[in-house]
Design a protein around this ligand. Structure first.
Ligand code: 5RP
Length: 262
């Protein structure tokens, strides 16, 4: 039941629930990856089962695809859908302009392709993901396994030439082996502390041979739904310049929590 959820899970849930209300019948929807998106998938599955919502869902990782299929969503490929009405995804950090760091789950390559192929991208996040300046969260960069150490050296040289504050990078591990992305690549996490010019860095990183994609999402996100542990939800729209505040009543949602976490 709801009382078993930690404040952070409640925050993630209310953000996901509010974003699920933005989904309309017949939509082609991009589904992100991560624990916040997992709540969204549960909410959507319930809307499909109970309200007859019809959607085509394009997942951004094998993890999300498996969960969506298990819960009965109609999963299609991006090539089937071609273009999407809306993508809803989590983020590791978002700033005032709704620029993002993503890729904490190692899925930012597919996430960026899917979000860019959408009319709208909505980020769902707990309030702790809001930052003044991006960079405290290590920036994920997906690289080809071939010659990855050369790519890493070039990457660190580039950071020095750009006078970026932190310049170390670490190979993401899964136990004693390198973490492997869904596309069979490695992830280098850049420990930058503070990214002064995220727009420039995003462009420069992708010029380095061996780099497939970085986790900076610049001018891609349209709205963020920020959840709080007390049920408050704030929806900020960067295009409209608006901010709406709402509150989700946990008591009314108790059944929903029960159903969703079973
Ligand atoms: O970018 C991502 C995966 O690549 C996730 O959206 C990001 O890591 C946030 O995850 P969570 O919702 O679990 O906090």
């Amino acid at each position: 039941m709801s009382s078993d959820l930690s404040p952070i899970d409640k925050a993630k849930f209310v953000a996901a629930k509010r974003a699920a209300d933005m989904v309309e019948d017949g939509m082609r929807l991009g589904l992100g990856t991560g624990s916040t998106t997992a709540w969204l998938v549960r909410c959507l599955a319930q809307m499909v089962q109970e309200d007859g919502l019809r959607i085509s869902a394009v997942p951004t990782s094998a993890r999300t695809a498996n969960m969506a299929r298990e819960l009965g969503l109609n999963v299609v490929t991006l090539d089937d859908a071609k273009w999407l009405d809306l993508t809803i995804d989590g983020a590791d950090e978002f700033d005032h302009d709704l620029n993002l760091i993503k890729g904490g789950g190692g899925a930012h390559l597919q996430e960026k392709i899917v979000a860019t192929a959408s009319d709208q991208m909505v980020v769902i996040a707990d309030a702790g993901k809001a930052v003044d300046t991006l960079g405290a969260f290590p920036l994920p960069v997906e690289v080809l396994p071939f010659g990855w150490q050369t790519s890493q050296a070039l990457l660190e040289e580039t950071l020095v030439s750009m006078d970026v504050l932190g310049r170390t990078s670490t190979l993401r591990m899964n136990g004693s082996d390198p973490f492997i992305s869904d596309e069979g690549n490695y992830i280098l996490d850049l420990h930058l502390n503070r990214i002064g010019n995220a727009r420039q860095l995003a462009l420069v990183l992708n010029q380095i041979p061996g780099v497939i994609e970085n986790g900076l999402f610049i001018d891609i996100c349209d709205r963020v739904v920020i959840g709080h542990g007390d049920g408050t939800v704030v929806v900020r729209d960067i295009n409209e310049g608006t901010e709406e505040r709402d509150r989700l009543d946990f008591a009314e949602e108790d059944n929903l929590f029960g159903d969703l976490i079973d």
